[in-house]
Design a binder for this molecule. Structure first.
Ligand code: NZQ
Ligand code: ZN
Length: 386
């Protein structure tokens, strides 16, 4: 196991009715609030009204930034930064999925940066100071509620980039699984695929002796495999929604990622798909993952696939090793198909027009991956997934 540093400074309030915690949490950070949210799901489910009831009780000054897009745009971040400056915002409340929380995180850094917020996303400007972000999660998927990442898109340049900073951890996250009862089936499926992909990205590693991380990862994967379909079929099943919500946070917070460091593989490939075609992140991941698995399976990587097949899918360990690995990959693809996620890039409107440039951009950071991929390899995977 490698050396590592691990700290999660986010305070988590998990469970039914935890929204009420905001009444004592908001005043700790300030009185001038920016409320950031998406296209309106929080109004339809009554969360917006519940937040305003609390605002009324504690008497805060509220500015709103509605309309954060799925795959949040840099223009929306810039609009939020303007509002923070104009209204001397002291605390940001993000109510929504990963897109809303990510947007709020970059706004929180942009508010104290004199230049253009895109510099924060590219890493050209280090994050030195942020406004406090309090998150209310409504979709189990990205883990943004308890991690240090924020992913923002610039559709003019077809760039979707992940920024990270220890200052991006939300101060507080309210995780009430009931707020995810209204998540549509396709987003429940995509969210489950995203959570699983976060686990895969480090479960498939070459580090010796990271036993505890690997076993934890298998437990988290089994949780997704068990509860994903239940939440998909019974949207108001509290137990399923609660387990998915907590696994989303644990999948990317570092508990299975520290000490077994590898660069991610499928995420950079997917970010190119959404950067060029604005598709749902989890759908892109589900399409690519089985193809990536097939591509990287060889004598050297075989043992990890065997562990995956036996420990996660319960495949008979007495079978031939390549047969186990093949079955495990098949089961992964079948699982995504059962959640009715499209299985090919063409089904989500992607053709071969930009694959070469996308492959080149995606391969840039993959030298330290489980199986280092060149742009040629990525192109092969994209083509197989078409
Ligand atoms: O905008 P609203 O009206 O809220 O509707 C959203 C949106 O249309 C809807 N939704 C969310 N909660 C709902 C709901 N609808 C009904 N009931 C609810 N309770 O779902 C749609 C998708 O929301 P979004 O926030 O875009 O989804 P998600 O949480 O999957 O976030 C995706 C974004 O996060 C990035 C992705 O790349 C993408 O940009 N990621 C962020 C990461 C991070 N911060 O660590 C890591 C991930 O790998 C990922 O890259
Ligand atoms: Zn993801």
């Amino acid at each position: 196991m490698n050396n590592f540093y691990y700290q999660i400074p986010t305070e988590i309030f998990f469970g039914k009715g935890q929204i009420e915690q905001l009444e004592k949490e908001i005043p700790k950070y300030g009185n001038k609030v920016l409320l950031v949210y998406g296209g309106g799901s929080i109004k339809r489910m009554g969360l917006y009204q519940a937040i305003y009831a609390i605002f009324a009780r504690i008497g805060v000054e509220v500015t709103e930034l509605p309309g954060v897009e799925p795959n949040p745009r840099i223009e929306t971040v810039r609009a939020g930064v303007e509002l923070c400056r104009k209204n001397a915002i002291e605390v940001i409340i993000a109510a929504g999925g990963g897109s809303t929380i990510d947007c709020a995180k970059v706004i929180s850094a942009g508010a104290n940066y004199a230049g253009d917020s895109w510099d924060i996303v590219t890493g050209a400007a280090p994050v030195t100071e942020t406004l406090p972000v309090l998150a209310i999660l409504t979709l189990a998927a990205t883990g943004s509620e308890m991690d240090r990442f924020a992913v923002i898109s610039n559709m003019k340049t077809n760039d979707k980039l992940g920024a990270f900073s220890p200052l991006f951890y939300p101060k507080v996250s309210i995780l009430d699984p009931e707020y995810t009862f209204t998540v549509p089936k396709n987003q429940t499926a995509a969210g489950t695929a995203d959570i699983m992909s976060h686990i895969f990205e480090h479960y498939f590693n070459n580090v010796q002796g990271a036993y505890v991380q690997n076993r934890l990862a298998e437990g988290l994967l089994k949780t997704c495999i068990h509860y994903g379909p239940i939440a998909y079929n019974e949207p108001e099943n509290y137990e399923a929604r609660a387990n998915l919500m907590w696994v989303s946070s644990l999948a990317i917070d570092g508990i299975t990622w520290r000490g077994n460091d590898v660069a991610t593989s499928v995420h950079p490939m997917e970010h190119e798909l959404s950067a060029y075609y604005d598709i749902t992140h989890g759908v892109g991941l589900a399409i690519l993952t089985p193809h990536w698995m097939k591509y990287v399976l060889n004598d050297k990587t075989l043992d990890r696939f065997v562990e995956y097949g036996v420990n996660v899918w319960g495949i008979d360990p007495a079978l031939d090793k390549f047969a186990i690995a093949g079955k495990a990959i098949e089961k992964t693809a079948d699982f995504f198909r059962a959640l009715e996620i499209p299985a090919t890039l063409r089904e989500v409107g992607i053709d071969d027009a930009h694959l070469e440039i996308m492959a080149e951009k995606a391969a840039k950071g993959m030298k330290k991956a489980f199986y280092p991929l060149t742009s040629h390899d990525v192109l092969n995977i994209f083509r197989a997934a078409l």
